[in-house]
Design a protein around this ligand. Structure first.
Ligand code: PEP
Ligand code: MN
Length: 343
């Protein structure tokens, strides 16, 4: 349930209500709006009657949240979550483009890509260091060496870094290098991993499972918020359908659906969402038009030589061209993507 306090409720009053809730076994979360405080209380709703919160003079109303997700819901927090990472804000006015190879393969590959995507206007460098693949015989990633190369690229270019963590045992290690931790589609319901990233003070990008419903996906995010980390962004990356021309079916309807139901930012991955580089720019444009707060796109200096996902990777010139096209759409919806000098 959410408890909306009257305007001007003071600290002592807020604390008193918190204590009452905790005594009754509720887990309490605060959402401090500009005008008023909202308290989210998760627990046994049947205790509600006894608490008789509406009798308190500084309580405006008590509203049960009927959906199974609570903390991620718009009801709990009406204002958009804006995630601050250095000078960047995800979920704010600017659209962010995260770009880079599927996997970090070598020093020259990641540095060349980093310089090119930064030049084109990307603000984050992506690259997988831990790559469990469909086949156990395929390239599995450079692991910590890959994280070090990403950190070197950040040092050289100023780009922030997003990389995937796949194992509970690696969360601290990956968090010590990355600016955003990526939870991959296949791990969306790895609840132990979700609980572990909930404990760290780094933003998390939560990809949609290949066959997850919207509600399952939101419940996965709920795990992370409930565990204490509210810096979470969703990432639509396509779902498994009967269509096999594309690798996945990019479900762009999730962008406005998530914005309606949740306050968390939404990122779109048109690379895994289509599996074909020719479809990436058109779907990236559509994603921005649909209201996405950012994109994550695979880019490789030589896609035909890539150790993973070459078929869906843009070349450096193709990425540059896509950014110019995206800028037109971004400006039309008054959400800048490139700064004046980059245009
Ligand atoms: C990736 O980003 O390279 C990746 C493995 O994505 P997904 O988890 O969406 O398949
Ligand atoms: Mn990939």
């Amino acid at each position: 349930m959410i408890i909306v306090l009257k305007q001007g409720a003071n600290e002592v009053e807020i604390q008193e209500i918190k204590e009452r809730l905790v005594q009754e076994g509720f887990k309490v979360h605060f959402s401090q709006g500009v005008e008023r405080t909202i308290i989210g209380a998760v627990g046994d709703q049947s205790r509600l009657k006894e608490l008789d919160l509406e009798a308190l003079p500084w309580v405006e109303k008590v509203v049960p949240i009927l959906a199974p997700y609570k903390l991620v819901s718009r009801e709990f927090q009406p204002a958009d979550t804006v995630i601050k990472i250095g000078e960047h804000e995800i979920g704010g006015a600017q659209i962010h483009v995260m770009a880079g190879p599927c996997s970090v393969e070598s020093r020259s590959q990641i540095l060349e890509t980093a310089h090119a995507v930064r030049e084109a206007g990307a603000t984050f460098l992506r690259g997988g260091a831990f790559k469990p693949r469909t086949s156990p015989y395929a390239f599995q990633g450079l692991e910590e060496e890959g994280l070090k190369l990403l950190a070197e690229a950040r040092e050289e270019t100023g780009l922030a870094i997003i990389t995937e963590v796949v194992d509970v045992r690696d969360v601290k290690l990956v968090a010590s290098y990355a600016d955003i931790l990526q939870i991959g589609a296949r791990n969306m319901q790895n609840f132990n991993l979700l609980k572990e990233v909930a404990k760290i003070d780094k933003p998390v990008l939560l990809k949609r499972g290949p066959s997850a419903t919207l509600e399952e996906w939101m419940m996965a995010a709920e795990y992370i918020l409930n565990g204490g980390n509210n810096q979470v962004m969703f990432c639509e990356r396509g779902i498994r359908t009967f269509e096999n021309y594309t690798r996945n079916t990019l479900d762009l309807s999730m962008v406005p659906a998530l914005h309606a139901l949740s306050h968390l930012p939404v990122i779109v991955d048109p690379s895994h969402g289509t599996g074909r580089w020719q479809l990436v720019a058109p779907m990236a444009k559509a994603a921005i038009a649909a209201g996405a707060d950012g994109l994550i796109v695979e880019v490789h200096p030589q896609p035909d030589k890539a150790l993973s996902d070459g078929k869906q990777s843009l070349t450096l010139p193709n990425f540059q061209e896509m950014m110019t096209e995206l800028d037109r759409i971004a400006r039309a919806i008054e959400r800048p993507i490139l700064k004046e000098g980059e245009r």
